[in-house]
Design a protein around this ligand. Structure first.
Ligand SMILES: Cc1ncc(COP(=O)(O)O)c(C=O)c1O
Length: 404
């Protein structure tokens, strides 16, 4: 994404390409169907589920941003996940990390329960062990989410892709947490990259959408066929909005990342914080791989509030700028409690396996002024301190019973 030249941006992002009226921003084609020019001869488009000019414009732009041949735009990130799994059949093994996004975990587990394919959960961030397991298990597909949601674990895409290809497996990377501005998995050896475009790509928290992008034309054709067959494709209006968001992604992303670095450092230095999960910190186990395969470290941060579970609402209630909400990647800052929100679909046992504790909070750092964000978090920590003072019996309180 960072490497697109201006000409590519102009043609791919649809700017100034309207031949009818010279509209600088391309028109939105809401039409659900298109006229046949002649009997038994269809034009480029016939029905919007199978193809639509506005959606195609977004697909072209995202494919260019990820360095792929094309993309299928879906109605949600989960529709994109569902679409990618259509490449599997009964008996195939899918390797996925145990700490992937809760909704993905739910979909993959549910499909496995129906014997659509088998899932083996492998900690892909432990490269050496994962490479061995891939060569033993010989899966049909390896599913990578890096950085992972919510613990920001980093998987070495190149190493895992190499191991997967050696046994003939397809490699899918969920690139939602970084967007094409932060990482391009196809260039690192992945076969398919998918996004919840709901997040950074649209960036304004007003669209739910997804995309599956690949470099191989045959694979793309198969995915497009399934997208139409199952009715997974996204709406023209959502595509128009998402394309508008995509045009400002690089600039927004720069600010997200700048803010996140400062927020992560402040959390790291705070005695009320236990562990901070952010690949931009030098002590993060995935720091070096992240520095190698990403452009920057993203803007998602998780941390454990040191103390007790009862202090979580005390901290959250004191925040004004960080809204308690699911989702991520919008211009506004959000805070989530993964155990009861984004990852609530996982059983307590699966959460424990993934490392999601009840003290864990996840931040999506927005593009507000960083001083305001730091002040907001400081208010949250001050409220926790205050609640501790109030709950400790006063050292000078008069004893009720005085010994005589
Ligand atoms: C990493 C990841 N993948 C996929 C999804 C699903 O996307 P959507 O909510 O757009 O269906 C999410 C949603 O949070 C996500 O975080």
């Amino acid at each position: 994404m960072g490497h697109l030249n201006q000409e590519t941006v102009v043609t791919r992002f649809g700017v100034n390409c309207d031949d009818n009226h010279g509209a600088v921003i391309p028109p939105l084609y809401l039409s659900s169907n298109f006229a046949f020019p002649k009997f038994a001869e269809k034009g480029k488009y016939d029905y919007t589920r199978s193809g639509n000019p506005t959606r195609d414009q977004l697909a072209g732009a995202l494919a260019a941003a990820e360095g792929g041949t094309g993309a299928v735009i879906t109605g949600s990130g989960m529709a994109a996940v569902h679409l990618a799994t259509q490449l599997l059949q009964a008996g195939d093994v899918l390797i996925a990390p145990p700490d992937c996004y809760g909704g993905c975990h739910r979909l993959l587990s549910a499909a496995a329960r129906k014997s659509q394919f088998e899932v083996q959960w492998v900690p892909l961030w432990e490269t050496e062990a994962a490479v061995k397991q891939i060569s033993t298990i010989k899966p049909r597909m390896v599913w990578i989410e890096t950085p992972s949601n919510p613990l920001l674990r980093i998987t070495d895409i190149e190493a895992i892709a190499e191991a997967a290809h050696a046994v003939g497996a397809l490699v899918v990377v969920d690139n939602t947490f970084l967007s094409p501005a932060g990482q391009n998995p196809l260039a690192l050896g992945a076969d398919i990259v998918l996004h919840s475009t709901t997040k950074y790509i649209n960036g304004h928290s007003d669209v739910v959408g997804g995309a599956v992008i690949c470099s191989d034309a045959e694979l793309l054709e198969e995915l497009a066929w399934w997208g139409n067959c199952l009715g997974l494709t996204g709406s023209p209006f959502d595509s128009f909005q998402t394309l508008r968001g995509l045009r400002t992604l690089a600039v927004r992303y720069r600010q997200h990342q700048e803010n996140a670095l400062q927020v992560a450092q402040a959390l790291h230095d705070n005695s009320l914080v236990g562990k901070v999960y952010f690949p931009g910190l030098k002590d993060h186990p995935g720091h070096e791989i992240a520095a190698k395969q990403q452009r920057g470290f993203g803007a998602m941060i998780s941390f454990e509030l040191a103390g007790s579970y009862s202090e979580i609402p005390v901290f959250l209630n004191a925040l004004k700028l960080f809204t308690l909400a699911e989702s991520l990647g919008g211009v506004e800052s959000l805070v989530a409690h993964p155990a009861t929100m984004t990852h609530a679909a996982m059983s307590a046992e699966d959460q424990a396996t993934a490392g999601i504790s009840s003290q864990l909070l996840r931040l999506s750092v927005g593009i507000e002024h960083v001083d305001d964000l730091l002040a907001d978090l400081a208010n949250g920590f001050a409220a926790v301190q205050q609640s501790r003072l109030e709950s400790v019996p006063s050292a000078i309180s008069v004893p009720r019973k005085v010994a005589c």
